[in-house]
Design a protein around this ligand. Sequence first.
Ligand code: SF4
Length: 975
Amino acid sequence: MEKAKEKGTTIRDRHTESPVDTSPSVGDEVKCTTCYMCACRCGIKVHLQDGEIRYIQGNRDHPVNKGVLCAKGSAGIMNYKSPARLSKPLKRVGPRGSGEFKEVEWEEALETATAWLTTCRATSPHKLAFFTGRDQSQSLTSWWAQQFGTPNFSAHGGFCSVNMAAGGLYTIASAFWEFGEPDWEHTKYFLMFGVAEDHDSNPIKMGLGKLKTRGGKFVSVNPVRTGYSAIADEWIGIRPGTDGLFVMALIHELLKAGKIDEEYLVRYTNVHWLVVDNPGGADHGLYIRDDDGTALCWDGDKQELARTDSVAAKPILAGQVTLPDGRRAVPSFQRVAERYLDEAYAPESVAETCGIPAPTIRRIAADLARVAFEETIELPIKWTDCFGRKHDKVVGRPVAMHAMRGISAHTNGFHTCRAIHILQLLLGTIDVPGGMRYKPPYPKALYSLPKPFGRDREVKPNTPLAGPHLGFPMAPEELLIGEDGQPKRIDKAFSWEAPLAIHGLMHMVIHNAWKGDPYQIDTLFLYMANMAWNSSMNTAQTMKMLTDKDPATGEYKIPRIIYSDAFYSEMVPFADLILPDTTYLERYDCISLLDRPISHADAAADGIRHPVVQPTRDVRPFQTVLLDLGARLGLPGMVKEDGGPLYPGGYADYIVNHQRRPGLGPLAGWRGEDGSEHGTGAPNPNQLDRYIENGGFWEYTIPDEHKYHRYANQGYLDWSFKIGFITNANQIVMKIYSEALQKFKLAGQGHGDIQPPERDRERIAKYADPLPIWYPPMEESMVDGGEYPLHAITQRPMQMYHSWGSQNAWLRQITGENWLYINRAKAKELGIVDGDWVWVASHNARIKVQAKLMDGVNKNTVWTWNAIGKRPGAWNLDPEASEATRGFLLNYLISELLPADGDSYRYSNSDPLTGQAAWFDLRVRVERAADHEQGEMEPRFEPTMRPPDLPPAPKILRYGEAFRQDRARAKEPTE
Ligand code: SF4
């Protein structure tokens, strides 16, 4: 706790000469914690007066935001004060979906959940599907599910940005955003793809400010010129889903001009690794290895095989060699050159598809090469590489790139993400000054990461899974499939349908559970995931699935639904049991290095939240509830030998005392009994106090000599190993060519012991490719382009994040409804004028919404804001609120399945490798509604009932009023 003495400079009024306090104290106490109004996790200072939240300010000392606060962060007060907050556990009493509940005590709620889950765990633990939404406690929630023994756990990554995570980790041993960031201090050319406002929110704003102050160039590739694109120096209004092709054209140009960093590529990537050249053979495309498994290259000087990690060797990068055993092989770079030098990737060949003129593509390629190779940076930093060579400087090629959901939400997003990383690698810009830099604990070698657990032999009654649910398969043997090749998880992750689904497929859980494919479940347990509304595709059908009954039994097809949320979201009426959560200002949280920490390129960091106010409702932090449930279920690691709870103090107790292995706990700072150890060490009973004293975070600044080339920087690798981030201190080789993907391709082609079922063969053989490929988004290639000629996508408003933001009383005043934005010239062709109501039809459904015209959007694309529309009555908003009457979702139009193709099996509408939900593949037709149809949105849903614990929503919310009255009273003269 800190006293509120943040006075600004006192100046004098020009006219009266009386002192003017420019920054008056707004409370009597300040508490530092972490924001949770979006995924960014900025440090905040919460000013309180008489224990009431008065004002939220950015924390200048915090590693993420350095004091910067966005509109969402400041408006956290109104989430804490939201009329939609739940206040008591609820049990459903009416039909599912009706919103008819009765209040129950916590004991009854927890005993009900325990009874349901005990039976499930004792008989068939896989029948619990536990999925969490924008959960920042995944190291706890995944561990809980593992101890329960179900294979069916994941968080929301599968419908968010798993293509970015998988594309990065399978290529550069890291990823954009949480595991890597542009070097904002040095980059001179920044290329950003697609909508990215929603994750690294404040750091990108701050970074763009630095870049522009230095005169660097910001190029935004995005079908829509909004958000960050609005301040770009150059906007490339690309056609959605063609970014990969554009990037491959840039690669084509760089290869053609010889503008690549060969030395960097040979030293840090696998371009020189030999792969077998035996088309049609079972070993085609696999690495040549020596007897101990080390990959080999061909030394061009000595004309012999050499270890790929030999610094003395002079490996060839092109041509074919015949090995001593008679096999033929080529360096993997040969495959890169063959593919991308093909005229199919020439700027002229891709220009029309991408909607970018060929000269523009050529100029951008030339700009990238010029900045990378002619505007290099040298920093006088001494470092030692993993080959024992000492360097007295680091050379930077100051080109950096970033991508997030815009690229991710396509069925070709994984390959596009890999292509972007390969473009960076060819320029030599990964983890160098001015490039994309790693954030600890990354990089991590792919082979050292865990494999997924959940096969039949690993799922047993009353037994924990022996390993994590989510992992990184590198070969068909590591999939979660049965002997018949069928999926073992309810979302079909790690099956032939989505072999690299490292974050699961949350968007398929309800559909698959409803259909009983691959099996029926017993209990669906959700946390913070608005699956009956904006977090699901096909919203109307999803609600139907949640309420659908089996005609034979009269029971719901998804028999039990437990849900935890802080608010009366659209999902609440569809649950049978509600466990009301607190807001983020009322609880402990841990932003852990075991999970997704707040590190930045120069420092490892983690952080906490702690209650700055106590809840006045009968609610409990979900993480504490989960530990309580775990103890009631007797889950290993959550109970003492006598059967009592191991963490009676709830989540705070767990954060301090839990050890994943000796010395390794959720928080890295101030460990050891006296708090003198960092990274690893025994639990420290005062650890949370130390975090609170330090502003809510811990930060370890990496020495300069460890800050670059971390895949091969021996000092960094040794430290990273010592602290437990990596399993050995060997070089981490970045993979331009992916042997893992080639193994899946070979299986699809009929090689190996584990092969896909007939139905999946062609698909796997086509999409699992060791080098990035581009193909049109799947929906586009399956629907009639004449019937559905336009792309439809969403963007995230800066001031909103998911549905929490769009119910916030302050933020609603900025955006309280949304329109369908159409390119002005396209609208003219369609006979649509500003303000017309239009029908938007997809192969799945149609909606009627209001149109607005604009210039800054790709001509073949329409778009709207994400997650503004609300179901009438939800979030305790007036059923006639603009969000319910004029706010809409594109989700109605998007099917969770690919379009029907005769009687053939309908795959999920997801990336065929990672299972990423393809939100942005949507194709639509837009037509002006008839005159008599103008004026009203469709569809309109029936208002939900208000549950008993929700007070009537006030007509007007005036948060500051109470304080104003206090101040006015304080100023009144006393008698
Ligand atoms: S960017 Fe996100 S975490 Fe940071 S202040 Fe804004 S809402 Fe909070």
